[in-house]
Design a protein around this ligand. Structure first.
Ligand code: PBG
Length: 325
């Protein structure tokens, strides 16, 4: 049977019919809000390339977290900007490091708000790479020890989920072991499994003060041209104990999200990264696009591709927009 008996337009004729047959529903339940935290007091430092996003001192982080909680957003993803940096990123795993202090302050205030931490050394190393350098390259296996320590220190301070983002081989296994040996076997790992070496991270590196001082990250992050390799990365992370697997960035990698979801059926997170956010903001500020409509279309497409968890700088706005309709 075909036209004229079949007419797909029948189910598009009005809003309520469209509501009934809508396949993808964006929800506040899907969102994780990334936040940047810095030492000091009363700091709310705007990031020029990411309008609406700030570096917060801990006091202001707590105030901002209240908004996040009041909007019903289930989780935040924390990034820290340390006071000091060195060759190996020591400030990432100090007892009173920026993230450890932020978690200890935030957790008692909002015990139900999930605190996810980005576990990586790039914000903490003087050279801006994701691990110590040996003979001009990031040493994979030395990095594992350091990030396992970092993850443990986050969880010890009260983090609910750890998210290793350095793309070191074996990073999920190293963290799983360290957590299990210290009786944190109940803490999930959200692995940045298929993380691409992407120019879409540009604005983030201003926000986190973490650009590599030489070279780039193509020796450890994935090549944008590859898709089968993403499945291998995800498969290994699952074998190493990842509970949630991530694809990052989101928008140029929707095909990867779909393949990962279809292949593994695991909870999939996607990171709608800084450059994706900045492009929308810049065009909207010029009056060239409708920010709300474009942002919601983007977030819906990320979910439609197979994502369960969307990490996005639009989380607060999108939560408000969802409440309006
Ligand atoms: C690494 C990390 C990065 C992002 C999240 N975790 C940057 C990088 O790998 O260079 C990027 C997030 C974004 O662009 O929004 N710690």
């Amino acid at each position: 049977m075909t036209f004229p008996t079949i007419r797909l337009r029948r189910l598009r004729r009005n809003k309520n019919i469209r509501r009934l047959v809508r396949e993808t529903q964006l929800s506040i339940d899907d969102f994780v809000y990334p936040m940047f935290v810095i030492f000091g007091e009363q700091i709310k430092h705007p990031i020029p390339s990411m309008p609406g996003i700030y570096q917060f001192s801990i006091d202001n982080l707590i105030a901002e977290a209240k908004e996040v909680v009041d909007l019903g957003i289930p989780a935040v993803l924390l990034f820290g900007i340390p006071e000091t940096k060195d060759e190996i990123g020591t400030s990432a795993f100090e007892e009173y490091g920026i993230i450890q202090k932020a978690i200890s302050a935030l957790k008692p205030k909002y015990p139900e708000l999930l605190i996810i931490t980005d576990v990586c050394l790039c914000e903490y190393t003087s050279h801006g790479h994701c691990g110590p350098i040996e003979e001009g390259e990031v040493s994979n296996d030395r990095t594992l020890e350091l990030i396992a320590k970092t993850a443990l220190s986050h969880v010890g301070a009260g983090a609910d989920i750890v998210a290793p983002s350095g793309m070191m081989d074996g990073q999920v296994q190293a963290i799983r072991r360290e957590l299990d040996e210290n009786s944190f076997e109940h803490i999930p790992i959200m692995a940045y499994s298929a993380k691409y070496a992407s120019s879409f991270y540009g604005p983030f590196r201003d926000a986190a003060e973490s650009p590599p001082q030489f070279g780039d990250r193509r020796g450890y992050q994935m090549d944008a041209s590859n898709s089968d390799e993403a499945l291998r990365e995800v498969s290994l992370d699952i074998q190493e104990g990842a509970d949630i697997v991530m694809v990052k960035p989101a928008l140029s990698y929707l095909d990867i999200i779909r393949r990962v979801k279809d292949e593994f059926g695991y909870p999939v997170a996607a990171y709608n990264v800084s450059g994706e956010y900045a492009m929308v903001k810049a065009a909207a500020q010029n009056g060239w696009i409708d920010e709300q409509k474009i942002a919601m279309e983007i977030l819906t497409s990320i979910k439609r591709a197979g994502t369960d968890i969307i990490i996005t700088y639009f989380a607060k706005d999108a939560a408000r927009w969802l409440k309006e309709v």
